[in-house]
Design a protein around this ligand. Structure first.
Ligand code: HEC
Length: 144
């Protein structure tokens, strides 16, 4: 009984302790699987851009899915099976870049849950204002 409790405690500890190491690993996973298309910083050379930058993607995701669980669920599904109808990004982005190719086979569902939850926690960064109206708190709201 005592042993079981200790295990339980350990489990809870692992789940709720934010680990810098895990964050780093997930960031690297993103670099390996997604960053060739979605840059983590705002691109300087627009002619090389093949997909919306990560902070832009997350700004739009949060406008449609402010709840983390729903956002993660939507993204995991979308990344494995993207369709025009599901997409929350602006129609002109899809016209410009084309639909995102399915990442099935490139990344597992577990990895995606990890990556998208990291994306939700870290993007857009605190000081990001986007190009249009709105900011990380949603459209038309001011943070101060
Ligand atoms: C080959 C290039 C490419 C790769 C690799 C890629 N993406 Fe994308 N992604 C795109 C493009 C282009 C769009 C914009 C069009 C669209 O939404 O389908 C996009 C859009 C998205 C969106 C917004 C979806 C929406 O509703 O419009 C998310 C979220 C996303 N990508 C996450 C990821 C993640 C996470 C990975 C890594 C596992 C990844 N992408 C890998 C090209 C890519």
């Amino acid at each position: 009984m005592k042993f079981k409790n200790t295990l339980l405690m350990l489990g809870v500890f692992t789940i709720f302790t934010p680990s810098a190491q895990a964050t780093q690993a997930t960031s690297e996973l993103f670099d390996a699987k997604c960053a060739m298309c979605h840059t983590k910083t705002m691109p300087t050379d627009m002619s090389k851009v093949v997909a919306p930058a990560l902070m832009g993607v997350m700004r739009h995701i949060k406008m449609s899915y402010p709840n983390k669980d729903e956002a993660v669920k939507f993204m995991v599904d979308y990344i494995l099976e993207p369709t025009k109808e599901k997409a929350i990004c602006m129609p002109q982005k899809i016209e410009r870049f084309g639909l995102m190719p399915s990442q099935k086979g490139n990344v597992s569902q577990d990895e995606l849950t990890q990556i998208t939850s990291w994306m939700f926690d870290n993007f857009p960064p605190e000081n990001f204002r986007g190009m249009g109206q709105g900011n990380r708190y949603g459209k038309g709201q001011v943070s101060q």
